[in-house]
Design a protein around this ligand. Structure first.
Ligand SMILES: [Zn+2]
Ligand SMILES: [Zn+2]
Length: 357
């Protein structure tokens, strides 16, 4: 079968590889659509980050080249003999987590905090940029007919966003700031809207992404180059500041603006992955008892996202900006998302099945 494999930075190849075989506890999935994620782009430009090179991943036992792709939907074609939750013909999404099941975090059910955490589609053992993949049945979720395979490829990034609301203890009726209208920022806006935010304020510099933010459900977009974000947020929130903020950009400027725009006792949730250290004076949280908390992946968030996407509470309209064939993944996918026109793209989804294009 065909699969896109990462060899080294800027070297991803569509190769012919053997088709994976089911084990007693795994499920074989015929991939329909798989999204290209920001972490895939980091691996492409500056990897390896999550990809095992030299030393095998402790859970997959594999090293590069590895098959990529972790945001995918597909149809079950075969199941192992111990599998009872899905059967051939079922429409599914895969929660692409490799967790050991025995470390202290796993024993508490916090599998997203596993000390050996890996991702199907980065750590080896297969992935969604392929015709078929196999994965542990307990991380395979059925989807209803009302959720298209295309939109189902968005369940994974939406789950990252929904999890960040849970981690930040977001409550109905709160006012929220989201820094950055990239895929995760826009997903956070969608989830806040679905979860009953009173007001959603996006921080985003001038680009087409400002329009995307409004379409996703933001009430207002503030450009830090044009307005004083902190005083503008205060004005928009009756002089007090927002209840909660979500930092999705990984930029020091946005981190500080988001932190300074929440009120006393407010919460800053950090979903972004950072390349560098940042500087700020902790007095900005001491004197106001603000809370800062990180959020990674998802933990039992897939079922809620599937339900909310299936009935339209999470719409994700316009979120998919391009559909391409697996053969074109480098030229039309990775190069587009890292090239001059990248701002216009939100999510590019890839299919190994040209009849779907
Ligand atoms: Zn991802
Ligand atoms: Zn573990």
């Amino acid at each position: 079968m065909k699969a896109a494999r990462w060899y080294s930075p800027k070297d991803i190849r569509v190769d012919e590889v053997p088709e994976p075989q089911v084990t007693d506890d795994s499920v074989k999935v015929k991939v329909k659509w798989c999204g290209i994620c920001g972490s895939d782009l980091h691996e492409y430009l500056a990897g390896p980050i999550f990809i095992p090179v030299g030393k095998p991943h402790p859970l997959s036992g594999e090293t590069a080249p590895v098959i990529m792709g972790h945001e995918f939907s597909g149809e079950v074609t075969e199941v192992g003999r111990n599998v009872t939750n899905v059967k051939p013909g079922d429409r599914v999404v895969v929660e692409p987590i490799l967790a050991c099941g025995t470390c202290p975090a796993c024993r508490q059910g916090k599998y997203n905090l596993c000390s050996k955490l890996g991702f199907h589609g980065l750590a080896g053992g297969g992935g969604g940029f392929a015709e078929y993949t196999t994965f542990s049945s307990k991380f395979v979720h059925k989807i209803p007919d009302s959720l298209s395979y295309e939109k189902a490829a968005l369940v994974e990034p939406m789950s990252v966003a929904l999890h960040s609301l849970q981690v930040g203890s977001f409550q109905i009726g709160q006012s929220a700031i989201v820094a950055g209208a990239g895929p995760i920022g826009l997903a956070t806006v969608e989830c806040l809207r679905a979860a009953g935010a009173k007001q959603i304020i996006m921080i985003q510099r001038k680009s087409i992404r400002q329009k995307y933010a409004l379409r996703s459900g933001a009430d207002v977009v503030l450009d830090p180059n044009e307005v004083d974000v902190v005083s503008e947020v205060r004005r928009l929130t009756g002089g007090i500041g927002a209840d909660i903020a979500f930092e999705t950009t990984g930029s020091e400027q946005c981190y500080k603006l988001a932190l300074d725009s929440i009120h006393f006792s407010g919460t800053l949730v950090v979903t972004s992955i950072w390349e560098d250290e940042i500087r700020y004076n902790p007095n900005s949280i001491v004197m106001s008892e603000k809370k800062i908390i990180g959020s990674i992946c998802y933990n039992n968030d897939f079922p809620a996202v599937i339900a909310m996407m299936a009935d339209g509470r999470i719409k994700a309209e316009g979120y998919i900006t391009k559909r391409i064939a697996l053969d074109d993944i480098v030229e039309e996918g990775f190069k587009t998302l890292t090239g001059p026109a990248k701002k216009a793209q939100v999510k590019i989804i890839v299919t190994p099945d040209k009849s779907l294009l």
